[in-house]
Write a protein that binds this ligand. Structure first.
Ligand code: ATP
Length: 262
């Protein structure tokens, strides 16, 4: 097994409080991302998924432990270098602007621009490719404030693809998407991981789809957190009592959650 491109060591994540004691959201996190692997991050509302994604991408301070990227501590990287290693799609609303879709995606190329900030042929080719892969050709000249939430979500994913980093981190990328576009997104993420050797981590509440498409899963629970190959987690029974609801059970053969009649 090759060295993970990103790994955490006894990581604690959370929020400093005014009184001085920290609000610890998750601790003892030992997770890793590998090139060529699609990893999902699963857990119930409020368990710490966004906090973890922000913490391992330098968008939030960690409380304790270590995060390594390419065996070097995350905190030792400058912003410009990090932008060539990690692209991130967070859930925060983007500021209102009159940029077109293509212009927003071009921002993904910022880490590579020359001192004149002009796009090279390679930059333009990467932007075109990201537009094609995310199936948003018909949106390219629209203004971003004229997009639906689902369309905007695909545009932000295109910007991350245009950034062309070895690590891609996405917070709930399937939110706002209809079923066709959810499946298209998961297929695209799987293809980017498998065919272009990216290390991709995404959080999701689309559990069945995430389980169907992910190579690896990080599970956050109140009592513990774990990471393993998808099929190993299924046979360990990690999903059997995932939700505290007797009508919502996991079928290991079908690899999906079943809602029984009440
Ligand atoms: N700025 C903040 N200050 C203090 N606590 C916060 C802050 N932001 C989030 N939290 C808390 O941290 C915990 C984890 O939140 P987080 O957003 O990481 O969860 P999540 O798993 O992404 O949830 P969801 O699935 O609902 O998006 C929650 O209890 C939340 O209330």
């Amino acid at each position: 097994m090759s060295t993970p491109i990103l790994k955490t060591e006894n990581l604690s994540i959370g929020y400093p409080q005014k009184k001085g004691n920290n609000k610890v959201v998750q601790q003892q996190l030992n997770v890793e991302l590998n090139k060529g692997s699609l990893t999902s991050l699963l857990g119930i509302n409020g368990i710490g998924k966004s906090t973890l994604l922000r913490s391992i991408s330098s968008n939030q301070d960690i409380l304790d432990g270590k995060v390594y990227v390419n065996s070097k501590e995350l905190k030792s990287y400058n912003k410009a270098t990090l932008a060539t290693l990690i692209s991130i799609v967070l859930t925060e609303k983007i500021p209102v602007s009159d940029l077109t879709v293509r212009e927003l995606i071009q921002i993904g190329r910022t880490p590579y621009l020359n001192s004149y900030s002009t796009l090279s042929e390679e930059d333009s080719a990467q932007v075109d490719r990201a537009i094609l892969l995310t199936e948003i050709t018909e949106l390219a000249d629209r203004h971003i404030n004229q997009l639906s939430d689902g369309q905007l979500q695909r545009v932000l994913i295109a910007r991350a693809i245009a950034q062309d980093t070895p690590i891609i981190i996405l917070d709930e990328p399937s939110n706002h998407l209809d079923l066709h576009h959810k499946v298209a997104l998961f297929k695209l993420l799987q293809r980017l991981a498998h065919e272009e050797n990216k290390a991709i981590l995404f959080s999701s509440h689309d559990m069945d789809l995430a389980i169907a498409f992910s190579d690896d899963i990080i599970v956050l629970k109140k009592e513990y957190n774990t990471q393993n190959k998808t099929n190993s987690l299924i046979s360990q029974g990690v999903f059997d009592n995932f939700f505290e609801d007797e009508n919502l059970t996991f079928n290991r053969e079908q690899k999906r959650f079943i809602l029984s009649s009440q």
